[in-house]
Design a protein around this ligand. Structure first.
Ligand code: CA
Length: 363
């Protein structure tokens, strides 16, 4: 929390305490705590969708309870208020106060935003939070969104995703050629350069596209979410790991004017609630994926397979090539990427002898 805001909250609390003891200005304190706000939040998720979508409802609910009803947020599913991928514009223009989705959906507007969702073969959940909260990542994110009148907050993370559902076997690099796959963000660019055709579409359209053969493959999230979409009933091969999204951060963003209109304690409630949603979502996915994976293991129509190492190494080399080109052509990307790589380079040796070494003992 910024010092100014923290001091503001303390001052307000002191003023209320003084008022309670009949020593202070009760009118000023009462005015600060009686102002109420009614906001709308646009998202890209299907209504009350487990994980990603429910997170926004939970966020609104926590904020309303923590603020004693002073900040009420009505959540709209993708397409209800604005099309699924247009929340960014709607919040930027001030049509709604808050948005929730993934930054990489908006790479057409601001290419560097993708780096705040995930870089393929990049950071895991712990590293992403470490970089955002302690490594300068969040400051760079705020700077990037400032011209769009948006204040961003990390708000959710799914952890390592799955590589996706395929109706074609991927046995070698050549199997990627001609592959039509739903895969957004940088992962999609990697598939394009590997000879495939990436497409982006909201969750609600994935099932039908895969069922009708309009696409050969899709990545979505992981067992918990994929089973809910029914993807296991329209594709046979379930490949891992999700090289494209090792720990995608979700984003909550608020129109700058709306943010500035809030008293410091409500701002603090939003900040803390977004952080809590990140922890909560990771717990929900870790639990839900474990249960849903069991179902998929027992399903005779599903084959769970690792990508061949040759394919992963090839995709990783393409990723490095694409990121190097992005860094060379866009100073905003170069600045964010420099901060990102400075942290991950230090983190890899530490992760190797802690999480990675420990997980290897549980084989
Ligand atoms: Ca995904």
């Amino acid at each position: 929390m910024k010092r100014r805001q923290f001091v503001g909250s303390l001052a307000a609390a002191a003023s209320l305490a003084a008022c309670a003891k009949q020593e202070g200005n009760c009118e000023g304190a009462a005015a600060q705590f009686s102002e109420t706000f009614e906001w709308s939040a646009a998202t890209s998720w299907p209504p009350k969708y487990p994980g990603l979508g429910i997170a926004v409802n939970n966020l609104a609910d926590r904020i309303e309870r923590a603020s004693g009803g002073r900040l009420k947020i009505k959540v709209y599913a993708g397409g209800e208020l604005v099309p699924a991928f247009e929340a960014f514009d709607a919040v930027s223009r001030g049509m709604v106060e808050m948005g929730h989705d993934a930054a990489y959906y908006h790479k057409g507007k601001v290419e560097a935003a993708q780096l705040f969702t995930a870089i393929p073969f990049g950071m895991n959940y712990m590293e992403m939070n470490a970089w955002l909260y302690y490594g300068g990542g969040l400051e760079l994110w705020r700077e990037l969104y400032e011209p769009f009148n948006l204040v961003p907050f990390p708000c959710g993370n799914t952890g390592v995703q799955m590589g996706g559902w395929f109706n074609k076997e991927i046995n070698s690099i050549s199997d990627l050629k001609g592959l039509k796959m739903r895969i957004p963000g940088l992962g999609g660019e990697v598939i394009r350069r590997a000879g495939g055709t990436p497409v982006t579409m909201p969750a609600a359209e994935i099932f039908t596209s895969l069922q009708t053969g309009a696409i050969d493959a899709t990545e979505w999230v992981g067992p918990y979410n994929d089973v809910i979409l029914g993807l296991h009933t329209v594709a046979k091969y379930y490949y891992y790991p999700g090289w494209q999204e090792p720990a995608p951060a979700l984003q909550c963003y608020i129109n700058t004017k709306a943010w500035d209109s809030l008293p410091p304690d409500l701002q603090a409630i939003i900040e803390v609630s977004c952080q809590a949603i990140t922890t909560d979502m990771m717990a929900e996915y870790t639990h839900g994926n474990a249960i849903a994976l069991q179902q998929l293991i027992e399903d005779p129509n599903v084959e769970i397979r690792p990508f061949p190492d040759e394919v992963l190494q090839y995709l990783k080399a393409i990723t490095q090539e694409i990121v190097a080109e992005m860094v060379a052509r866009d100073p905003a990307i170069a600045k964010i990427h420099a901060s990102w790589s400075s942290f991950i380079e230090k983190s890899i040796p530490n992760q190797r002898i802690t999480e990675q070494a420990f997980l290897a003992t549980r084989k």
